[in-house]
Design a protein around this ligand. Sequence first.
Ligand SMILES: [Ca+2]
Ligand SMILES: [Ca+2]
Length: 380
Amino acid sequence: MRLRRIAQLVALHLCLSGCGLVDLPVDSLQCSAAHPCPAGLSCLEGICTSPDASLPVFGDDFEHRNLLESDVPAGPWTRSMVASGNSVAIVPEAAHRGDGGLRAIDVDTQDVFPAFVGHDRAWSGDQSVRTWLRVVASNDFSDTSLFKSDEPSFMFGQWEVDLFPGGQVRALSWVDSQNAISDFSDAGVVVPGQWRLLEVLQRGAQTPDASLEVFVDGVREVALEHYPGFLSSGAISAGVFFQDKPAATITVDLDDLRVANEPQPTRLALTPVRHQSGHACAEYRLELLDVFGGVRAAPYALELESGTALFADADCTSALGPMPKAAVAWPVFAKDTSSLSVTHPDFLPSAPVAAPGTSCSATGGAPVVLLAVWLARRRR
Ligand SMILES: [Ca+2]
Ligand SMILES: [Ca+2]
């Protein structure tokens, strides 16, 4: 709270001084033996990186051609279940990013466990499961489970996310082997034919005050709160896990599915930093934000895109390289523009920002207090 107060005072100072920019010292995010990172960050290849619990411990971008650990070469999933006539496979048509995605096809069969892949792992503590999701087609007559975390005995679940007629999403969590609680989103949250970025977030796991929230395109659509969440997880499954009316049909695509211990990055964010006089380009700071606005580390090296050419230096002479894996911020330079935004197919785009003006003169203590702004933002 003290840092947040400092951040507020600094922001007030900047407003009163007529400088609308947060002149954050991006240099602080670059590091060496002589210039160590701020507390909580570590220096990796010259960049301050975060030992961020949002970094995935399991994931699949479906760019390989095998699903299962038993395949050669091995895939990341430990098991699959595919009822006769159904299928679950990596296909180009299911890609949201890259050349492959996972397509689960459920047809009119009598099986209630139609087509899914599972990754068995003992899991305790908070859990974030995020994926791009597209319902290709459905005859919309059934309660269909798309994601499930199983309790380790596999006799019941820990939580699940289901799709209902009209595109309603249901979040359901078990309290014990006999009892579960659930709630629904509004209808139309998952519309056939459109990609959605879905994140399932369980917090307070193994405590008497747990919550299960489902975010769609960064918006919290359904939430279960303040329930006893003592169960842990033994597996994550995805695809078409369960269907209460087997005659129903559905085809689902998934891509960039990742699992982590904390909320994962959802959106790109640009902040104008400065435009130093005598240089061709203005500087911005690029970050990845989770659904709560917290800064999160890049889960892998990110090739950024924009309608405007992006550069790595203030004179706009070097093309911008990828944001390194685990970096928490990346300096971006562009020639003056009234509206700059940055995109990457795995994340929601940054909101457009206006180019910064000519550099404000910093006061003597500014670098310290401005670093506090950044730290306070990280800890929200
Ligand atoms: Ca892919
Ligand atoms: Ca079916």
